[in-house]
Design a protein around this ligand. Structure first.
Ligand SMILES: C[S@@+](CC[C@H](N)C(=O)[O-])C[C@H]1O[C@@H](n2cnc3c(N)ncnc32)[C@H](O)[C@@H]1O
Length: 269
């Protein structure tokens, strides 16, 4: 049977689990290049399947942790990487598997149904050890998490602590079976921030969630961050703007400015 007919048949097979395997070398290269792991890095492939991403990561000489729930795939992975002591296979659920206590990277094509719980785990914790990630996600999800003014407090929190960038669109035919929607490669990079900035940012985002229609000036004054008008001007934010229109990056600048002021022990903004 001609090759394209065979793959068309595979693509047409019902896929109740919603699992889509990557069949594009180009996308695989993009995923790896986005994170550029090296021999000193620890990289997680979450939802490793038969190991196409794991194999690409192994070629970078990074230490690789392949996490997979399905026992059959785990057997395949163990057999495929049995001679590579830089690759460890773990049979576990990516929603609960213990995350490394040291800095790590994630390069993966995880199940799309788990995109939100996964990002919640990777980006949402108090002191995230995730340094950077390259993930495939549904196109709509990618748009939601990269919009400049996120729709929820949780998305704003992620965006204020990490650079989240849409690297490229990935057409459905880059997977087997084909998903019903297009996908995207998402790049995520941690932006370190001090504990004080983190606390201030949390307070600001809480206040925005409570009072999205309040002006930035009224909101900052209510939180008690000093001379609100001066602080906002210094951060290039028009004080009359509605709180909900201000980007997480701009709020982060406000929190950093206040934090730096507190660090110097002076009230001057
Ligand atoms: C989209 S497939 C990707 C497989 C492979 N990474 C690839 O790109 O070809 C997702 C994989 O995650 C696995 N999986 C689904 N739910 C999981 C979970 N909760 N924990 C761990 N693995 C899971 C599936 O068995 C499947 O192998």
């Amino acid at each position: 049977m001609p090759r394209n007919r065979r793959s068309r048949l595979r693509a047409d097979r019902p896929n109740p689990s919603g699992v889509h395997f990557l069949v594009s070398k180009d996308v695989l290269d993009t995923l790896v290049r986005t994170c550029t792991p090296g021999p000193d890095d620890l990289v997680l492939d979450l939802g490793a399947g038969p190991g196409v991403v794991t194999a690409a990561l192994a070629r970078t000489h990074a230490r690789v942790l392949a996490v997979e729930r399905d026992p059959e795939f785990v057997r395949t992975l163990n057999s495929r990487f049995r001679h590579n002591d830089r690759v460890r296979v773990i049979q576990a659920d990516i929603r609960t598997v213990a995350l490394p206590r040291r800095d790590f990277l994630v390069v993966a094509n995880p199940p799309y149904s788990l995109s939100t719980p996964l990002l919640r785990r990777l980006l949402g914790g108090r002191r995230p050890n995730l340094r950077s990630a390259a993930l495939t996600v549904e196109w709509g999800f990618a748009k939601r998490v990269t919009t400049p003014v996120p729709a929820s407090r949780e998305l704003a929190w992620w965006a204020s602590r990490f650079d989240i960038r849409l690297v490229r669109k990935v057409p459905a035919d880059h997977f087997r079976p084909q998903p019903t929607v297009d996908s995207a490669v998402l790049a995520i990079r941690r932006r370190p921030l001090s504990r004080t900035t983190e606390i201030l940012l949390g307070e600001i985002l809480d206040a925005v969630e409570r009072s999205p229609y309040r002006s930035a000036h009224a909101l900052v004054r209510r939180i008690g961050l000093g001379d609100a008008r001066r602080l906002l001007k210094r951060c290039d934010i028009e004080p009359g703007r509605r709180a909900a229109t201000i980007t997480p990056r701009e709020w982060r600048r406000v929190a950093e400015t206040v934090s730096a002021r507190l660090g110097r022990g002076t009230d001057a903004v």
